[in-house]
Design a protein around this ligand. Structure first.
Ligand code: CTP
Length: 411
């Protein structure tokens, strides 16, 4: 648990605003102090009286609430805290944040702050998925704003479901404490955790000198191992044949075939997190030749009989005592990226699938950058194009938050 912090909570006008009452109670129980700003719309959903009773502070709404100190007042309010939480963040509030508006106290404070800002969106799924909201979220992420959620599920509107629910309070607290910990003790988020990462291609022998392979460079997997190491985890990196320098401080297990990779993963368990970034060959040659296959004039080309390799991710993600708390797969697709990835989430029983477009025009295979979508039971989150190192860092930070949330929920 993080030490006592000063939290500024901005409550937006959404049906989920009532969850803020529970959030304030839980934060104060954990020793944090909470000050609240409510937007005008928020007043339609919770009363300043109940919010004020729980925070034990005057609730603010208007720039004019700050009386004659107004100018200095909102600047001080923006600075005198360790983190600003926006929950529930409505589509309108996100749009105003992305546009740099400052026409009420909430937006003025958000524009003036230099402190970390964590946003928990809540809105109708159609509004969340609308192109305008997508643009605003991408812009805010680029500006360094952190997001938690939304979760997927039934909406207040009858019969509607999809991503748009405010995340539950334990998840929100875990995200808040993760962001706070990052500022303070960067590096410790995964301390004491064991993370397994598979990476690179596999080589499936045809004969002693020929093999089936793919174009994976292993860069994303290596970056994931480095990111987990930098967050304090003990890391086992199980890598197919790649030509990348070995990262220090990581246990590296080098394998060639999918069968060897499966064995190495099993031997490395137990783990808290397993990330399957390897481009494992789906098939191997049924009976590789022990001697080099010779071409003989007049003789037909050899036919290769293939058999399917065990799906390593799927086998490790099966429920059971050895299953890591968080199992993350990748989906490398060249078309219908999201639809295929969603299918994989279910069929492989992963907690998240990180989907990316690897068609040659994307430049992902072998390139430095990646554009990914994070698919989980909570829905789809699309991240802007980033370096593979940044993608790795964000995935591992998010994984740390998720583990922390599981622990908080179990407390
Ligand atoms: N994977 C694995 N073992 C395999 C095949 C795949 O662990 N034998 C993992 C990959 O590491 C990745 C995920 O499964 O995390 C998705 O792999 P991908 O090859 O994209 O999907 P497939 O299930 O093989 O489906 P398809 O090739 O038809 O897209």
């Amino acid at each position: 648990m993080a030490s006592a912090k000063r939290i500024l909570l901005i409550i937006g006008g959404g049906i989920a605003a009532y969850k803020c009452l529970e959030l304030i109670r839980r934060l104060r129980e954990r020793g944090h102090s909470v000050r609240a700003i409510m937007t005008k719309a928020a007043h339609q959903f919770v009363t300043p009286l109940s919010v004020g009773a729980l925070t034990n502070e005057r609730v603010l709404t208007d720039l004019f609430d700050l009386d004659d100190e107004r100018e200095i007042g909102h600047i001080r309010l923006a600075r005198d805290n360790d983190i600003i939480i926006v929950a529930p963040a409505t589509a309108d509030l996100l749009a105003r944040m992305a546009g740099g508006h400052a026409d009420d106290l909430a937006t003025a404070v958000l524009l003036a702050t230099k402190n970390p800002v964590l946003v928990a969106p809540a809105m109708n799924p159609a509004m969340w998925l609308n192109a305008a909201t997508r643009r605003n979220v991408t812009q805010l992420q680029k500006d360094g704003i952190e997001f938690v959620g939304p979760a997927a599920g039934e909406m207040a509107e009858r019969g509607e479901a999809g991503p748009g629910r405010l995340v539950e309070v334990p998840q929100l607290i875990a995200a808040i404490e993760t962001v706070l910990d990052e500022g303070k003790e960067k590096g410790g988020l995964l301390a004491g955790r064991h993370v397994i990462v598979t990476s690179g291609p596999t080589h499936e022998p045809i004969d002693p000198i020929r093999y089936l392979a793919n174009r994976s460079s292993g860069k994303q997997g290596f970056e994931l191992a480095v990111a987990a190491r930098d967050l304090g985890a003990r890391v086992t990196l199980i890598s197919g044949p790649v030509s990348l320098p070995e990262p220090h401080g990581v246990d590296i297990v080098r394998i060639k075939t999918a069968a060897e990779m499966l064995e190495a993963v099993r031997a490395s368990l137990p783990a808290d997190i397993a990330v399957f970034a390897a481009a494992v060959a789906d098939w191997r040659v049924a009976s590789p030749e022990l001697e080099k296959i010779k071409k003989t004039e007049g003789k037909a080309a050899p036919a290769l009989a293939l058999i399917e390799n065990t799906d390593i991710l799927k086998s490790i993600a099966q429920p059971g005592p050895a299953r890591p708390s968080l199992v993350i797969g990748f989906a490398a697709e060249t078309q219908d990226v999201l639809a295929h990835a969603k299918k994989k989430l279910k069929s492989k029983r992963a907690d998240w699938i990180i989907a990316n477009d690897v068609s040659p025009s994307s430049g992902v295979m072998g390139g430095e950058n990646n554009t990914v979508h994070v698919i989980s039971a909570a829905g789809v989150e699309s991240w802007p194009e980033m370096s593979k190192a940044k993608v790795a860092r964000k995935i591992m930070e998010r994984a740390a938050t998720e583990l922390h949330a599981k622990r908080t929920a179990a407390e």
